[in-house]
Design a protein around this ligand. Structure first.
Ligand code: ADP
Ligand code: NI
Length: 218
C-alpha cells in the first residue's frame, strides 16, 4: 500500500468514528486540524505520514467521546496494523494521540512529544483559540448547559480535567481564562506560535467587548 493509500484509509476510519459527534469534535474539527498540520509541515521536518495519521486519529479515543477509550485504542491499533503500518509507526501514532491533551501538559511530568506530536498538538490547540475557538467554547458550553458568564467566578488554577468538567459553576467566559488564553504560551513550533498570537489578541478583544457590553459601558 502506498503512503497515499494509507492516509486515505486513515481519513475514512476517522470520518466514520467522528461524523456523529456533537461535542465540537466532529470531522470538521479534524479537517481544520489537518489543514493546519499541512501548513506546519512546510516549516517543520517531521514525518508526514505519522503526523497526518496522528492528526486524523487524535480525538477518536477521547474519553469525552467514548465510554471506553482503551477499547478504541485497541481498535485503532488493529486498524493501523491492517493498513500496513509498522509496529514502530503504530506505537508513535498512539503515543501522540494518548498524550496530546491540555491536562497531560499541565501534569507534574508532562509527556515529551516527538516533533510530529508537537505539530499535531499545536494544530489542535490553534483550533481551540481565535474565532473558531470562541465559537467552539460557546457551542460546548451551550451543549453542556453552562452559564454564559458570572463575574463572581474567577479562574481556577486547579485543572484536573475530569474535575473541572464536572464543576457546576463553570462558565463559558471562565473557560477562556482556565484554558484558551493559556494555549498561546504553550505552542511548540514558531509558526504555530505566530498564528496563535494573532488569534490570542482576537480573543482578548472579544473579552473586552463582551465585558463592556455586559456592563452596558458601550
Ligand atoms: P480538544 O480535545 O479538541 O483540544 P476539548 O475536548 O478540550 O478540545 O474541548 C472541545 C472544545 O470545547 C474546545 O474548543 C474547548 O475549548 C471547548 N471546551 C472544553 N471544555 C469547555 C468548557 N468547560 N466550557 C466551554 N468550552 C469548553
Ligand atoms: Ni481535537
Amino acid at each position: 500500500m502506498t503512503n497515499q493509500d494509507q492516509l486515505i484509509k486513515v481519513k475514512e476510519f476517522s470520518y466514520n468514528k467522528m461524523k456523529n459527534d456533537s461535542t465540537g469534535h466532529n470531522f470538521d474539527h479534524i479537517q481544520r486540524v489537518i489543514k493546519t498540520v499541512q501548513k506546519l509541515l512546510k516549516t517543520e521536518a517531521a514525518d508526514p505520514v505519522i503526523t497526518l495519521s496522528a492528526a486524523y486519529l487524535h480525538d477518536v479515543a477521547d474519553d469525552k467521546l467514548v465510554k471506553d477509550p482503551a477499547k478504541l485504542e485497541t481498535e485503532i491499533r488493529q486498524f493501523l496494523k491492517d493498513t500496513d503500518f509498522t509496529p514502530e509507526q503504530i506505537d508513535e501514532i498512539l503515543y501522540i494521540t494518548h498524550n496530546l491533551s491540555f491536562s497531560k501538559s499541565l501534569s507534574k511530568n508532562p509527556p515529551k512529544l516527538s516533533l510530529a506530536g508537537q505539530i499535531v498538538q499545536d494544530a489542535d490547540r490553534l483550533d481551540a483559540i481565535g474565532a473558531i475557538g470562541i465559537t467552539r467554547a460557546i457551542y460546548y458550553g451551550g451543549a453542556n448547559s453552562e452559564t454564559i458568564y458570572d463575574p463572581e467566578i474567577l479562574p481556577r488554577e486547579k485543572m484536573d480535567k475530569k474535575e473541572y468538567r464536572n464543576l457546576s459553576d463553570e462558565t463559558i467566559i471562565n473557560h477562556f481564562y482556565e484554558k484558551l488564553l493559556k494555549l498561546t504560551g504553550m505552542m511548540n513550533t514558531p509558526t504555530a506560535k505566530k498564528i496563535a498570537e494573532r488569534r490570542h489578541q482576537y480573543m482578548l478583544d472579544f473579552l473586552d467587548e463582551f465585558k463592556a457590553e455586559w456592563n452596558s459601558e458601550k
